[in-house]
Design a protein around this ligand. Structure first.
Ligand code: MG
Ligand code: MG
Length: 251
């Protein structure tokens, strides 16, 4: 069952989105070589709670922190820790905000200081794949069109797309139907309609698409140790297109 939201409910999700964006901006500002992801987690929790909201992830199925922090070869679901980030690292910061009974969900992969040109290209390609997916979000298109846009954009640049983890509907629950794979084919799966609210989240690897989960039961890494990037927006389908409720500084 896909729950469609009213325009008033989408306005509330936009408010949650603004709290989330403000939090991501604070995280980006604090992100320097030597910073730990535990410190970033504390900044995020303070930012979210001081806005009258709560962190969606804290306690979700026992997750121990307010954000997922996934450096380098970690694809998603990294647990914040005391390891200092180093110049040249990348780190995906995934934030969920629960506000007035609705969630917003967004992730961004940031460079720590200067990163090499190949790493820069991975980040650009993954963000471009998210943009291409959002461009497919309008009534009458299908989820296969959204996933194919990610797959085509990332693979054209020589990267691979993770298949075991997917985007999702989002709203009163953090994870709602439908599942949103980051691959096609076009013209298949559910038809998009106004009021659907979707968390679209390409996960793109520099090497192969394979994944494995570490013993903590959360941390998902690339099977081959290659770098991975992750970008996510919460997108509402409107009568004539879409509204990205987690739009951040033009991204
Ligand atoms: Mg997320
Ligand atoms: Mg998500």
């Amino acid at each position: 069952m896909i729950y469609k939201k009213s325009p008033e409910e989408i306005v509330i999700m936009g408010e949650a989105g603004r709290i989330l964006v403000d939090t991501l901006n604070r995280l980006e500002e604090a992100l320097k070589p030597g910073t730990t992801t535990r410190r970033l987690d504390a900044i995020a929790e303070e930012s979210i709670r001081s806005a009258g909201a709560s962190p969606s992830f804290k306690g979700y199925r026992g997750f121990p922190a307010s954000i997922c922090a996934s450096p380098n070869d970690v694809i998603v679901h990294g647990i914040p820790n005391d390891d200092p980030l180093e110049e040249g690292d990348i780190v995906s910061l995934d934030v969920g905000v629960y506000y007035k009974s609705f969630h917003a969900d967004s992730a961004w992969t940031f460079p720590v200081g200067d990163v090499g040109p190949e790493t820069e290209e991975l980040l650009k390609a993954t963000e471009a794949s998210l943009d291409a997916a959002v461009a497919e979000c309008r009534p009458g298109n299908r989820l296969g069109d959204v996933g194919a846009a990610v797959e085509d954009t990332a693979t054209a640049r020589g990267f691979s797309v993770v298949r075991e983890y997917v985007g999702h509907g989002v709203g009163r629950a953090l994870h709602e139907e439908p599942q949103i794979p980051n691959y096609g084919p076009r013209g298949r799966r559910e038809v998009l309609g106004a009021g659907m609210t979707l968390a679209i989240e390409p996960m793109v690897n520099a090497g192969g698409a394979g994944t494995k989960t570490l013993e903590d039961g959360w941390t998902v890494v690339t099977a081959d140790g290659s770098l991975s990037a992750h970008f996510e927006h919460t997108v509402a389908i409107t009568s004539d297109g879409n509204e990205v409720v987690t739009r951040r500084n033009g991204h």
